[in-house]
Design a protein around this ligand. Sequence first.
Ligand code: PLP
Length: 453
Amino acid sequence: MKYMSTRGGVRGIPFKDAVMMGLADDGGLLVPESLPDVGKRLADWRGLGYTDFAKALLPLFIDDIDSRTLDRLIDEAYATFSEKDVVRFVEAGDVSVLELFHGPTLAFKDVALQLLGGLFAHILAERGGHLNIIGATSGDTGSAAIAGVMGRPGVDIFILFPLGRVSPLQELQMTTVPDANVHCIAIEGSFDDCQSIVKTIFGDLAFKQGYSLGAVNSVNWARVLAQVVYYGYASLRFSEPPSFCVPTGNFGNVFAGYVASRMGFPIRKLVLATNENDILARFFHSGEYTRGEVRQTHSPAMDIQVASNFERYLFYWFGGNPQKVSDFMDVFSRTGRASVGRIPDDPLIVATAVSNRETEEAIRSVHDRCGYVADPHTAVGLMAASRHPELRPMVCVGTAHPAKFPEVVDAVLKPGSAVHPALERLRGRPARRTILPADVEAVKAFVRTRAGH
Ligand SMILES: *Cc1c(COP(=O)(O)O)cnc(C)c1O
């Protein structure tokens, strides 16, 4: 399988190069040049366990890693999960919650980042060289990215977060990691400051190349690919095609479901659930994609302004026409607003936005009805799922363990409703972080002294 850019400037890229490239060199996102059709294999694949299913599916997209190595990378990635079959289905009333958060940091991002960490290490070992990953986080992504690469040879990771503005548990998940290749930087500023510092550093091409900087953000194709697995796997557990309800921020998760459907897995609908940051819900209702102000909500991992994976969806919506994608993204980046000219009418996707109050209501309701404790992100999905009773069977994608967000869950239910031993163990562990001013030069100077070669 070869990969191409959604903007058409890059083609014929093998998988391993696509992983190392992240963002395509023409500014677009990488997508497979074609999508494999799995229709004929479904019967054989029903009944496989999660990792065996992953070993059957991933080679359709990865033909430049031999199968023994790929199998080993898959086994290693998912051996870190506490759930024997990686994911867990829990019935909550008339929906099944597909819990994806049984990995090391208790959020669904582990499913992709555990595999991506192994892929990076494998490719670097083969090709030589060193990768210095730099990213900014407001919580979830940082800890999952760190857990994906901690202790791996050939990789250092620098994670910037706003000092005093990350939840205490999420900060401990990053700063208590003892491995020497992990560098946590608390910035005296906001999350936006962190992001803009990272962006500026990546814009300094000499620095970027000199220090072999890489990113682990959700535009990496390998992350989407790892997520296609659970949609395919879950879709084969039902006797009729299920719908999936997906708490959505950057569109990575729901886009993986879209790919699974296009490959022929039996999926009836995807319910795209946003919080009050509803740029995507507005797009699916109007065809207009308009940048707004970011609002802080109960589901911070979905507090986004612009959904980085949306461009991949546009590529398919425009029938694979890179020119149309380029034009749309060009207008959007110049004006903060672009339109496809009509209501998108995607037969697969229905979109809906959920307020903070409704998120609280969903946490309370599913607890009262079923005794299930949902985290605020999953609760956004549960509320959205309840608006579509006609879509059953319904799988609601569970994206984080509730103990990661005790502030909201405990306030709605009662104190102590959401605990997890792995998080409790972090309290009192030695923590390491470097405090730096919100200044690009200060961060660069720090990277210079710590970066591996
Ligand atoms: C990242 C994240 C999301 C959003 O996923 P996208 O792929 O960005 O749409 C939802 N819930 C949790 C807990 C997350 O960490």
